[in-house]
Design a protein around this ligand. Structure first.
Ligand SMILES: Nc1ncnc2c1ncn2[C@@H]1O[C@H](COP(=O)(O)OP(=O)(O)OP(=O)(O)O)[C@@H](O)[C@H]1O
Length: 606
C-alpha cells in the first residue's frame, strides 16, 4: 500500500457541489467524456509544445488519448501520454483550478438555471455526473517527479498518495455509479466519441481503433486543397447528401480566430431548408450544432463546420447575441459569402447561371433577411424570364424600361409562377411585347416584396392580375370596344344569369382578338394577401368573388352571343366561354370540367 500523502477537504463555500453536478441535466451527461478526452488532448499538445521549444528533451513518442471500457469492473478509463502532473500540480489544478471551474458552474447554474446547461465546459469534475468515485493517476514529464494518485468519492473529501505509474501521462478512472450505467456500453461510448472527438488534433483510440481524423480540412491551408478534398470532407460529414454546389473556406486570425468550411448544399424542398447543418467546434472539439445565434440567419441554410475559440460557450443565448465577437463573426461570414458569390459570378457567368437554380435560394433568402447582404447581392442576383434567359436586376431594368413603364413612371415587372397554368396569360403579355419573368421558387413571394421595398418605381404583377391590356396602364389605355352601352349591360346581365350569381364582378373591356372572349383575373393585391396567409399556415381558398371577370368586347364570339336569338343557346355559348376562361386558369375541375367536355362534344355534333 502506498503511503497516504495528504488528505483534505475540497473547499466548499456554501454547500456541497456534487449533488448539483450530479443532477446537472440528464441529456447532457455525456459531455463528461468530451471534457476528459479534451483534457487528455490538451495534455498531449502541451507536451508537444514543450518539446518544440526545447523544454522537454525526452522521447515524445506517439502521443495519444485512449478510452477504455471495463464493463465488468464498471469502469471507464481515459488515459493520455501527455505532460502529466506533479504532486503540486495535482493540488493546484485538480483541487483548486478544476474545482473553481466546477464551483463557478454551480454559481451560474443557480443564477441562470437551465439556460447555461450544455454551454458550460464543466471540466474535470463533470466526471461526477456519471461516477461515484474518480481516481486520477498521473506522472509528470519532469524526470524526477514521482507518480501521484488522487481520488475522490463524490463528496468534499479527497486523498492524494504516491502511485506506481511508470509511463508519463495521466489516467482518469471513473467508477461508474447508478446514474452513469448507460455509459457502460461500447456503442454508446463509440457514439459519444464520434460526436465530440471526431476531429480532435491528437489521435483518440477506443476499442482498438482510432476514432478521429486529426487534420480535418478546415485546419489546412486552402491552397493545399483540391476540390476533391472538399467534396470528400462533405461526404464524411453528411454521407447521404448530394454533392454541394460549392463551398467557402473561412480563415481569419484577426480580430478573432475563425476557421471553417461552409458548403452551399443542393436544396430541393422546404424540408431541407429547416435542417441546420453547421457544426461548431472550438479548437477541433465539437461543441454544438445549434448555431442559431452565431451564424447569420440566412446562412443557416449552409452546411459545414465553423471552428472558433473566440465564441463564448458558457453563456446564455441572449448574451451571445450581444457579444461583440459573435457580431463580428456574423458580419465576417456574411461578407465572405457575398464576396465568394460575386467572384463566381464575374469569373464564369455561364456556370453561375447554371447553378442559379440552387444558389438563388440562398441569395434571395439573404437579400430578404439581411440589408448588408442585399446591397452586395443586388449586383449578382439573377432574374430568369419565362424564356430561360438570365438578367441581373440592372440588366433587366434596362431591358424592359421603355416598354413596361406605366403612365406613372413605374416599371411594371410581369411574372408567372407556373408557365403551364399561366400559359395563356404569358402568351397574351408577350404578344404585347412584354417580357415575363418566372418566379416560381419557395421564397419568391417574399423576394418580390423585398425588391419592391428596396427599389424605387419597381412593381411586380403576376400575368393574370389583370387583362393583358390593363396589366401596364398606359396613357392611351382607354381604347373603346365594339359594344354599345346597351349591349354591354345585356351581356353582363346574361353572364350573371348564366352563372346564377349576382355578386360577380364583371366588366367589359376592349381586349384584342388574340385574347379569349372571357378572361378571369385575380388582382395582384388580393392574391398576395391570400398567398401570405397561406404561407403562415392558414389556407383560405380563392373565393369566387375575388376573381374578376372581363368580357372581351372586341371578340367575335361575344358578338355572336349577342346576335343569337335562342336564349338557351346564348347561355350555353356564354357558359362555354366562361369555362374556357377557367380552363386557361387551370381552374376547371370536377363536375364543371365533365360538363364542359360533354358540351364540347355536343357542340361538335350539332
Ligand atoms: N489529463 C490531464 N493531464 C494533465 N493535466 C490535466 C489533465 N486533466 C486536467 N488537467 C489539469 O487540470 C486543469 C483543470 O481541468 P478542467 O478540465 O477542470 O479545466 P480546463 O481544462 O482548464 O477547462 P475546461 O473547463 O474548459 O475543461 C487543467 O487546466 C489542467 O491543467
Amino acid at each position: 500500500m502506498a503511503e497516504v500523502k495528504e488528505q483534505g477537504h475540497i473547499q466548499v463555500s456554501t454547500e456541497n457541489i456534487f449533488p448539483i453536478i450530479k443532477k446537472f441535466l440528464y441529456a447532457d451527461h455525456e459531455i463528461f467524456l468530451r471534457e476528459l478526452v479534451s483534457n487528455g488532448v490538451d495534455a498531449c499538445q502541451k507536451l508537444k509544445r514543450l518539446a518544440s521549444v526545447g523544454e522537454f528533451q525526452g522521447e515524445v513518442g506517439e502521443l495519444k488519448v485512449e478510452v477504455v471500457l471495463d464493463k465488468e469492473g464498471k469502469k471507464i478509463i481515459v488515459k493520455d501520454n501527455g505532460i502529466g502532473m506533479t504532486l503540486e500540480e495535482v493540488k493546484k489544478y485538480i483541487n483548486q483550478v478544476a474545482f473553481s471551474g466546477a464551483a463557478e458552474f454551480v454559481q451560474r447554474y443557480k443564477e441562470a438555471g437551465s439556460d447555461i446547461i450544455g454551454k458550460f465546459g464543466l471540466g474535470f469534475y463533470s466526471a461526477f455526473m456519471v461516477a461515484d468515485k474518480v481516481e486520477l493517476v498521473t506522472k509528470s514529464f519532469r524526470e524526477d517527479a514521482p507518480a501521484v494518485k488522487w481520488s475522490c468519492a463524490g463528496d468534499t473529501r479527497f486523498e492524494i498518495e504516491e502511485a506506481q505509474k511508470q509511463e508519463r501521462g495521466t489516467e482518469v478512472i471513473l467508477h461508474i455509479g447508478k446514474e452513469g450505467e448507460e455509459f457502460l456500453n461500447k456503442f454508446r461510448i463509440q457514439e459519444i466519441l464520434e460526436k465530440y472527438a471526431r476531429f480532435l488534433p491528437v489521435p483518440v483510440w477506443f476499442d482498438g481503433k482510432q476514432i478521429n481524423d486529426t487534420k480535418p480540412i478546415w485546419v489546412k491551408p486552402p491552397q493545399e486543397l483540391k476540390d476533391e478534398d472538399y467534396l470528400n470532407f462533405y461526404k464524411q460529414l453528411f454521407p447521404f447528401a448530394e454533392d454541394p454546389l460549392f463551398w467557402i473556406h473561412l480563415n481569419v486570425d484577426y480580430p478573432f480566430t475563425l476557421t471553417g468550411v461552409l458548403y452551399f448544399p443542393k436544396i430541393t424542398n422546404q424540408f431541407d431548408m429547416q435542417k441546420s447543418r453547421i457544426q461548431l467546434y472550438s479548437r477541433q472539439v465539437f461543441i454544438t450544432d445549434e448555431v442559431r445565434d452565431i451564424v447569420p440567419e440566412f446562412l443557416m441554410l449552409l452546411h459545414g463546420v465553423i471552428d472558433s475559440p473566440d465564441i463564448p460557450l458558457n453563456v446564455s443565448r441572449s448574451y451571445l447575441q450581444s457579444d461583440s465577437n459573435v457580431r463580428k463573426i456574423n458580419q465576417y461570414i456574411t461578407k465572405k459569402v457575398a464576396e465568394k458569390l460575386q467572384e463566381l459570378f464575374h469569373k464564369d457567368r455561364k456556370a453561375f447561371e447554371e447553378k442559379w437554380e440552387g444558389l438563388g435560394l440562398f441569395v434571395k433568402y439573404g437579400m430578404i433577411t439581411d440589408d448588408k447582404f442585399f446591397e452586395k447581392a443586388q449586383q449578382f442576383c439573377l432574374l430568369k424570364n419565362t424564356e430561360g434567359q438570365y438578367f441581373t436586376i440592372d440588366e433587366y431594368k434596362s431591358k424592359i424600361e421603355t416598354v413596361q413603364k406605366d403612365k406613372h413612371g413605374v416599371v411594371v415587372v410581369l411574372y408567372a409562377q407556373d408557365t403551364d397554368k399561366q400559359y395563356t396569360y404569358i402568351e397574351a403579355a408577350r404578344k404585347r411585347g412584354y417580357d415575363v419573368l418566372l418566379l416560381d421558387g419557395i421564397l419568391d413571394a417574399h423576394f418580390i416584396q423585398r425588391l419592391e421595398m428596396k427599389l424605387d418605381n419597381f412593381r411586380f404583377k403576376r400575368v393574370d392580375a389583370d387583362s393583358a391590356e390593363k396589366l401596364i396602364e398606359k396613357e392611351d389605355s382607354t381604347a373603346s370596344h365594339a359594344l354599345t352601352k346597351e349591349e354591354e349591360e345585356n351581356i353582363i346581365k346574361l353572364l350573371k344569369d348564366t352563372l346564377n350569381d349576382d355578386k360577380l364582378i364583371v366588366k367589359v373591356e376592349a381586349l384584342s382578338m388574340h385574347d379569349l372572349p372571357i378572361v378571369i383575373v385575380l388582382p395582384e393585391f388580393l392574391r398576395r394577401m391570400k398567398e401570405m396567409s397561406q404561407l403562415q399556415g392558414q389556407t383560405i381558398k380563392h373565393l369566387p368573388s375575388d376573381w374578376q371577370i372581363i368580357i372581351n368586347g372586341n371578340h367575335v364570339f361575344i358578338q355572336k352571343v349577342l346576335q343569337e336569338t335562342d336564349n338557351d343557346r346564348r347561355k350555353l355559348l356564354l357558359r362555354h366561354a366562361y369555362d374556357l376562361a377557367l380552363l386557361s386558369q387551370g381552374q376547371l375541375q370536377g363536375k364543371p370540367l365533365h360538363e364542359f367536355i360533354e358540351r364540347s362534344l355536343s357542340l361538335v355534333e350539332k
